[in-house]
Design a binder for this molecule. Structure first.
Ligand code: DX5
Ligand code: ZN
Length: 213
């Protein structure tokens, strides 16, 4: 299992140190939650802060947009050269066009599905994306409870992926911990995002990442 800790649960007063800690602790990607106060009822960080994250990180960035006006935010973050930019299909009139734009900027495109959105929404353009991010909480906040129906969704998505684009990765985000990660692994999930579990683990960040792996 690949692990992408969410810096939403970091101490923003010591952000560089907390980014270094997950990179030194063996993470695979640094998950960055961008919220605009419109698509979700919370507001986080923009390119100035994410630039500081990128400087401190020795692992690639995985930028999760939870915003209106996705295309505008893609332009804001593209210069930071993240590995992935993911956007919510629920908030995009032209997801296929935006996928092409992200790809043309040299960034791997990913699409996020909220808990209610079926995997079949992606059926006719799965071959164009590199990753699907399944939300296992409603987006907006760290520390929420895992929604178990994502397991069934991941299994159905895995079947679609095997038919249409076997290289496409499945990532799950929200309420992931050392227990439910086993079910996610069995369902075919490749990457887990974890914020409060990683930053709040009593034995420390490296131990939390090792347990998820
Ligand atoms: C929620 C964010 C998540 C969140 C995960 O909207 O997308 O990345 O930070 O935090 P935990 O792991 O605490 O649920
Ligand atoms: Zn996220």
């Amino acid at each position: 299992m690949l692990v992408a800790p969410s810096i939403l649960s970091a101490d923003f007063g010591h952000l560089a140190a907390d980014v270094e800690a997950i990179c030194n602790g063996g993470c695979d990607l640094v998950h960055v939650d961008v919220m605009d106060g419109h698509f979700v009822p919370n507001l986080t960080i923009g390119p100035v802060v994410v630039e500081a994250v990128a400087k401190a990180a020795t692992k690639p960035l995985d930028i999760h947009l939870m915003v209106e006006n996705n295309s505008f935010f893609v332009d804001l973050f593209a210069p930071l050269k993240p590995e992935f930019i993911s956007f919510h299909i629920e908030e995009e009139k032209h997801p296929h066009r935006l996928v092409q734009k992200i790809r043309s900027l040299g960034i791997r495109p990913a699409i996020v599905l909220n808990p209610h959105t079926p995997p079949e929404a992606l059926e006719f353009f799965l071959e164009d994306i590199d990753m699907v991010l399944l939300m296992s909480v409603n987006p907006g906040f760290g520390g929420q409870k895992f929604i178990p129906s994502v397991i069934e969704k991941a299994k159905r998505l895995k079947q679609l992926i095997l038919q249409k684009n076997p290289k496409c990765l499945i990532e799950v985000d929200g309420g992931v911990n050392g227990e439910n990660v086993k079910l996610l692994e069995e369902a075919g999930v490749d990457i887990v995002v974890a914020g409060s579990y990683v930053y709040g683990h009593p034995k420390g960040i490296a131990e939390a990442i090792a347990t998820l792996k």
